[in-house]
Ligand binder design. Sequence first.
Ligand code: IPM
Ligand code: MG
Length: 353
Amino acid sequence: MNIAILPGDGIGPEIMAEAAKVLDVLRRDGLKVETETALVGGAAYDMHGHPLPPATLKLAQEADAVLFGSVGGPKYDALPRELRPEKAILGLRKECDFFANLRPATVFPELADASSLKPEIVAGLDLMIIRELTGDIYFGEPRGVTGEKGHRVGINTMHYTEAQIVRILHAGFRTARQRSKRLCSIDKMNVLEAMQLWRDIANELAPEYPDVELTHMLVDNAAMQLVRNPKHFDVVVCGNMFGDILSDEASMLTGSIGMLPSASLDANGKGLYEPIHGSAPDIAGKGVANPLAQILSLAMMLKYTFNLPGPAARVENAVRKALASGLRTGDIARQGERVCSTAEMGEAVVRGL
Ligand code: IPM
Ligand code: MG
């Protein structure tokens, strides 16, 4: 197994160091993994003048899987769009065709009271958002700002081909089949033609999955239902933009965005695995970030790319044990609770293994 390690910016390198410790234990216990590390995002821009240098892209393309940290920081905010750190993750998704983004939102029993919602609303929550990653307004043309000052026009285009919609909906149906057999497809067909196409295609595919119950929901209603009654949902499938927004919302149901991993898969199961949080420049370099989303991203990699549910569960259980031992990083600590460091949490997971 060849894993490309791309720590990136901000807290990325700090949390990646803890995931590397976990990987070391698995390797010691017989897992055959080779890793190679490369710069990405702002760190790559500083060194090579581009957030996704050719060598980094090549490493990602040749690896079996990519473990990604996070990119971005205020230092890079003034750069032209093409050179911004975010361009690295968007470029990797597009170039490697990582179109199916799996974003689980699971409430660990140990953390049911960390959510800003009442514990009874979120306890036991286990939902999976499947977000399309290579189309939509993120990549649609035309785009840009035209015209003269006083009359400028900003343009972005929601653009989806039938092929793009079909493949992500299949991913949704298949995932639903493995879980509760309920799939909720999100769109905005009451206003947008592209989303009418999305809904039509969902209905056309449904007969191929007679065992899955397909429902539809408009995205504004979905945003509301997610905080009203999140356990109503099991598998949710949506386009790139709506998935970006709804997955951040769903993450807060679980108490902390610092807990949530994600997988971005191509058609062959190769994938990029990353925390759903960003580079958190405000706490970078202080050794206080929560490394669990990065470690759980590694667990997802074992499960989805390498088909090793046993070792994946072993890592997840070790995370549960670290939480059960009472350790809390700042993002999940309640008022008055002792706050542990990134390394303390990582080492607790290693002990749990
Ligand atoms: C995410 C992030 C990215 C996105 C940014 C960093 C480009 O918010 O992975 O959700 O918008 O997709
Ligand atoms: Mg986002």
